[in-house]
Design a protein around this ligand. Sequence first.
Ligand SMILES: [Zn+2]
Length: 302
Amino acid sequence: MTGYRGRFAPTPSGALHFGSLIAALASFLDARRVGGHWLLRIEDIDPPRCPPGAADTILRQLEAFGLHWDGPTRWQHDRDEAYAAALERLRSQDLAYPCSCSRKQWRDFPTYPGWCRHGVQEPDKPLAWRLRSDKGLRPVTWQDRLFNTQRFDPAALGDVVLKRKDGLWAYQLAVVVDDDDQGITDVVRGFDLLDNTPWQRQLQHALGLAEPRYLHLPLVMNRDGQKLSKQNLAPALPEDERAIRPLLHRALATLDQAPPETLALAPAAEQLDWAIAHWDVDRIRPEAARPATDADMAAHTP
Ligand SMILES: [Zn+2]
């Protein structure tokens, strides 16, 4: 084993679909190619968005595709103390502040204008916690493995929410705390999260956490140019071997790995063995998005 530690971190708001398969498969192959660890983290910080059974379905789908992870599954629902400690640390550095504002109040602004930075506007209202993006690391730069040099000013992106008014933890804080706790060295995920990375880098810097390498992947879009998601009815990945084989092959092709045609009907394990041996990030065309084929979008019930 090398020191590489990657992860797949789905939100269990529904079953995995072809778009999530691309992210899972790429991070799996990237880890296995170098003999690294590949971990699974279920990002269930928002219970109202996570129907019962969805997480179990995700675990079954990954197993069915042969994407076996190392060690126990990490869950975010029981990480409250770690997130609270991180927020306290930010607060002690004046990098987090409570905010009473509602989205309606700042709807005429492109991002939240920071009205509560120097004192809460309406202290009796429910309070969210926000990041002082103007006081953290600026600018943020990193070398994306696919999209090369990235440079952002987080202050232009706004003071992102760290803890919501309803008391639930927000994605940005939970993801950096857990990536560090799990010793993640390499983040491989969709292009839609590229512009979240500046906040995450700011948080890592403020909390003294290690900076992982980043590889953002082209997003798979439907015919209307929307990212595949449960909301726009992307079909759930199949769990039966017959339907899995061609779909896994198409996922490898979508990642520009040019799998041989003869592999299209091979068992998942055989396709993955080939893909691990041939995984080459340099083959992936650095496009923000690419269209799904009709076959990717077909219902997968045999
Ligand atoms: Zn406010």
